[in-house]
Design a protein around this ligand. Structure first.
Ligand SMILES: NC(=O)C1=CN([C@@H]2O[C@H](COP(=O)(O)OP(=O)(O)OC[C@H]3O[C@@H](n4cnc5c(N)ncnc54)[C@H](OP(=O)(O)O)[C@@H]3O)[C@@H](O)[C@H]2O)C=CC1
Ligand SMILES: [Mg+2]
Length: 354
């Protein structure tokens, strides 16, 4: 039986597997390859920083900072690449002094991760300071997240998305919803507390189920009126309170296209920062063979239709720029690889061709 590291998917030699199973007896989580004991140490360190304010305050002095301005991340273009600069605490101090601001600004930062060597990373929104002065000083620009996510590399895009989501959450949870009193963040920014009521608030995500419906040989893709022209994606919908993922998937497919899900299987999940912090739970669904006629809910969708394998494969290759035809119509194209919808569509193609 093959065994894989839970993180890098590298396989283990048999002897190591036996030793690990023996040692780990019932503690499956201990089955990491050597490089991932680094991962465990890192997660434990981050957890400590969240729990211990004075340790985290100390970490701010040796950490690096990612900057935002009114939730737009700071990017620097180097040749053809977009990079997200990390500033040291000393550089931050220098910039803040330029604005005659005190170092207390650093207290507004939130912990977003750390390197393998335990250098902590923080995100800080400098929205109250003059944007153009910071941009000129640091030779880059604050870029709308919708653009930034698609021009940086994959790791950086998920880091930017979660950093922005955390900053956004703090910005919109300044007051207790019960007492109306200001809430205080812990140093790491992993929670906010109302000292008047004792209520602790934790950052939240809204669960959304995204479902690629198939009838076995075709898949169903749809458009909302707000989408860019020609773009189709899988069906999706927010979980209602109290709903299980399977119930949301069944309900959304019934509501949006009038079909009944017969079977459903989980694929993967992704944090998505739009409109504000969704946990996208991606699934494949098969619909009942006898009822394949789409009855579209036109309040939510502009178009929903079945796509054959060939059309999907062509759509995956198509760039949005090349989708416009001479007659003004648009050929179908799908979300970019950073979106989990892309992964679902790719998986469906693989299922069909394997
Ligand atoms: N990463 C990816 O690959 C993809 C991501 N998505 C994301 O999934 C999200 C949901 O998809 P969508 O199909 O629009 O969802 P829905 O089909 O559930 O419709 C959205 C509507 O649901 C209502 N709603 C219910 N709960 C919430 C909530 N917690 N937050 C916001 N609105 C809520 C709102 O209606 P009202 O305004 O009337 O109150 C909203 O306009 C979108 O934000 C989209 O960005 C979608 C497809 C692909
Ligand atoms: Mg929807």
């Amino acid at each position: 039986m093959p065994a894989f590291c839970r993180f890098c998917r590298d396989s283990f030699p048999l002897v190591l597997i036996m030793a690990a199973i023996y040692q780990a007896a019932y503690r499956r989580a201990a089955l990491f390859c050597r490089s991932h004991s680094t991962y465990v140490k890192k997660m434990r360190y981050l957890n400590k920083l969240k729990e211990d304010d004075s340790l985290c305050r100390q970490a701010q002095t040796s950490g690096t900072f990612y900057l935002f301005h009114n939730l737009s991340p700071f990017l620097r273009k180097v040749e053809e690449k977009y990079l997200i600069p990390q500033l040291s605490a000393a550089e931050m101090k220098r910039i803040l002094e330029k604005f005659k601001e005190t170092e207390q600004w650093i207290e507004k930062s939130v912990l977003i991760g750390c390197s393998d060597e335990h250098v902590p990373h923080f995100a800080l929104d400098l929205g109250a300071l003059e944007r153009s002065v910071i941009e000129a000083e640091l030779k880059g620009s604050f870029t709308d997240l919708r653009k930034a996510l698609f021009v940086v590399d994959e790791d950086s895009s998920s880091l930017l998305a979660s950093a922005q989501a955390l900053l956004r959450w703090h910005d919109s949870h300044q007051y207790c919803s019960k007492t109306g009193q200001p809430t205080q963040k812990n140093v790491a920014g992993s929670k906010r507390v109302c000292h008047a009521s004792g209520i602790t608030y934790y950052p939240q995500m809204s669960p959304v189920v995204i479902i690629l419906v198939s009838d076995g040989s075709r898949c169903l893709l749809a458009r909302q009126p707000s989408f860019p022209q020609g773009m189709y994606t899988a069906l999706s919908g927010f979980c209602d309170i109290g709903e299980a993922v399977e119930e949301t998937a069944r309900r959304e497919v019934a509501e949006e296209v009038g079909l009944e899900v017969e079977s459903l299987w989980y694929s993967a999940s992704q944090h998505w920062p739009f409109p504000s912090s969704c946990l996208m739970i991606a699934c494949h669904a098969l619909v009942r063979g006898q009822q394949l006629e789409i009855s579209m809910n036109s309040l939510e969708l502009e178009e929903a239709r079945w796509f054959g394998l060939e059309e999907v494969m062509e759509g995956l290759k198509r760039e949005p720029k090349s989708a416009k035809q001479d007659n003004g119509n648009f050929l179908p194209w799908f979300p970019p690889k950073q979106a989990i919808a892309h992964q679902l569509i790719n998986e469906w193609v693989k299922q069909q061709t394997s």
